[in-house]
Design a protein around this ligand. Structure first.
Ligand code: SF4
Length: 152
């Protein structure tokens, strides 16, 4: 790996890029799918030492997007034909937060379904179909996300 990172020979680099491309096509095909990540808050109740947004890091400027801003991002992703979107934040487990997520997921589902494009949604922590079920066990904000995937 270190050898490749320092490689300067254009012919060898071209060979590497061609092999990388062939590998990608072999495993995921020739298409490129755009995925939208909506990082809507960096508030977190956990304190994982390796993580920049851990609660004890006083140097972080905290933010939380408004419901309307998240909805706007979701709609923009749909307009731009993204394959899916992910809502991601730090870890919170309080009722207000859970309600907020449920509400926004319902609104995204309603708004995107109206256009007939979003047929179903699958989530990591929350499942959004006809009803929303809450996450049962989620220990990290980095996986505390919800994926909304339109069928193409
Ligand atoms: S739970 Fe996730 S977001 Fe929170 S501090 Fe740990 S790694 Fe970071």
């Amino acid at each position: 790996m270190l050898k490749w990172l320092g490689e300067k020979d254009p012919a060898k680099l071209e060979e590497l890029f061609l092999e990388a491309r062939a590998c990608a096509v072999r495993h995921v095909g020739p298409k490129v799918y755009f995925r939208g990540l909506i990082e809507f808050s960096n508030h977190c109740v956990k304190d994982c030492y390796y993580c920049g947004i851990r609660k004890s890091n006083a140097y972080v400027t905290r933010f939380s997007m408004e419901e309307s801003e998240i909805l706007q991002c979701a709609m923009a992703a749909q307009e731009m034909d993204y394959g899916s979107i992910v809502l991601q934040s730090g870890e919170r487990q309080d009722e207000d937060y859970v309600r907020f997520i449920e509400t926004i997921l319902r609104k995204i589902k309603a708004a995107t379904s109206r256009s007939g494009k979003l047929r179903s949604q699958k989530t990591g922590a929350w499942r959004v179909s006809d009803r929303i079920s809450r996450p049962s066990d989620c220990s990290c904000g980095l996986i505390n996300n919800s994926t909304l995937a339109p069928y193409s």
